[in-house]
Write a protein that binds this ligand. Structure first.
Ligand SMILES: Cc1ncc(COP(=O)(O)O)c(C=O)c1O
Length: 362
């Protein structure tokens, strides 16, 4: 008996195709610019938040169920009712719940090129994914998404600002999809704190819109695992009933409260990211061998112009210099592209220097 024969075929394929190596190898890396973490949030400030959060709890006890402490704080901060909110172990957990509860063995549409985890969770739940491509400028049009809907389509995943293109879609185009579709629309706003506008507050007005947010990016709490979803109370009720009770740990819940209490401080960190992004963009625009795409997130998509120099090789060469960026060249429309996370000024400069060396063959 082979254990792998015990795994359902569809699930086995998904697990096989997973490139887990990227996450495992990061210990060697000096500059992490591949996972859209946020090192512009001050390390010592984060540490103070963490220590204070830890002091407020008794780890012998299970956490308050369903992220209840964080739920109260988010509800108060956003002015959204608690029953219109779900808190998860990262927004990843909520994506997983959506796949299980609303897609199941049905079909989901994704607007490609996009975040790969939608495919992963839907596939693991036994569902299938079909992609609708953006145009060449990575713009999404509501009509073309709606025209791809079939009888089997249970959910549509839209990421805006989109990972990895950095493009924030027009409000009207997103709402056109929400209004024209009978199933669930997941609008993943993981990076929206760095963008001009958010649709989060619109979510409870619609029966079928779930907006996802995270504390991993703008608030630099990726290691704590906390995110949330906003939607109509009926939609949220079903998701919450599928959630395991203790998935959001006590420290994360307390830290979330503290972070929101210190929101002004984080707004300054967010401003720094946006300024640094524009600085990095300007630097990249001065390099002949690449095209950088304008971004509304904390990363920039970069295309290597010379088709004989694959982005995978550029990423590998940067890695040898101790800099991790994320090759995205295999995603639809992204031939020869990689994604770089905006870092601190000195790190951005190290990256730019290394990239020039790698492209110049020095
Ligand atoms: C678009 C998008 N959504 C969701 C997530 C997951 O975020 P979290 O850390 O809250 O699970 C990420 C993480 O990279 C992301 O890029």
């Amino acid at each position: 008996m082979k254990v792998e024969d015990l795994i359902e075929e569809g699930v086995r394929e998904i697990l096989r195709s997973r490139k887990a190596k990227f996450y495992e190898d990061l210990s060697e890396v000096r500059l992490r610019m591949g996972l859209n973490e946020n090192f512009l949030v001050d390390k010592f400030f984060s540490h103070t938040i963490l220590m204070e959060a830890a002091q407020g709890i008794d780890v012998r006890k299970y956490p308050v169920t369903k992220g209840g402490r964080a739920l109260e704080a988010i509800s108060e901060e956003l002015g959204i009712w608690e029953d219109e909110l779900i808190v998860g172990n990262g927004s990843d957990e909520i994506l997983d719940l959506v796949a299980k509860v609303f897609v199941g063995r049905g079909e989901a549409l994704i607007v490609d090129p996009t975040f790969e985890m939608y495919k992963f969770y839907v596939g693991l739940s036994g569902g299938s994914v079909r992609s609708v491509l953006t145009d060449e400028d990575f713009e999404m049009y509501g009509d073309s998404v709606l025209s791809a809907v079939s009888e089997k389509t249970k959910a549509i995943f839209i990421c805006s600002p989109n990972n990895p293109t950095g493009r924030q879609y027009q409000k009207d185009e997103v709402l056109k999809v929400v209004e024209g579709f009978e199933g669930i629309v997941v609008l993943d706003e993981a990076y929206v704190d760095f963008a001009p506008y958010a649709l989060t507050m619109e979510a409870p007005k619609y029966a079928n819109l779930l907006v996802l947010r995270t504390f991993s990016k703008a608030y630099g709490l990726a290691g704590l695992r906390i995110g949330y979803g906003v939607g109509n109370s009926d939609l949220i009720k079903w998701l919450r009933s599928a959630q395991s009770p203790f998935s959001v740990n006590s420290v994360a819940q307390e830290a979330c409260k503290l972070v929101l209490k210190n929101r002004r401080v984080y707004e300054a960190f967010i401003k720094m990211v946006v300024e640094e992004r524009e600085y990095l963009m300007a630097e990249l625009e001065m390099i002949n061998g690449v095209k950088a795409y304008p971004s509304c997130a904390n990363f920039i998509l970069v295309r290597v112009i010379d088709p004989t120099v694959p982005s995978s090789e550029v990423c590998e060469s940067l890695r040898r210099e101790g800099i991790e960026v994320r090759d995205r060249g295999e995603l639809p429309l992204l031939k020869n592209c990689f994604r770089v996370t905006v870092g601190k000024r000195e790190d951005n400069l190290k990256f730019v220097d290394a990239l020039k060396r790698v492209l110049g063959g020095e």
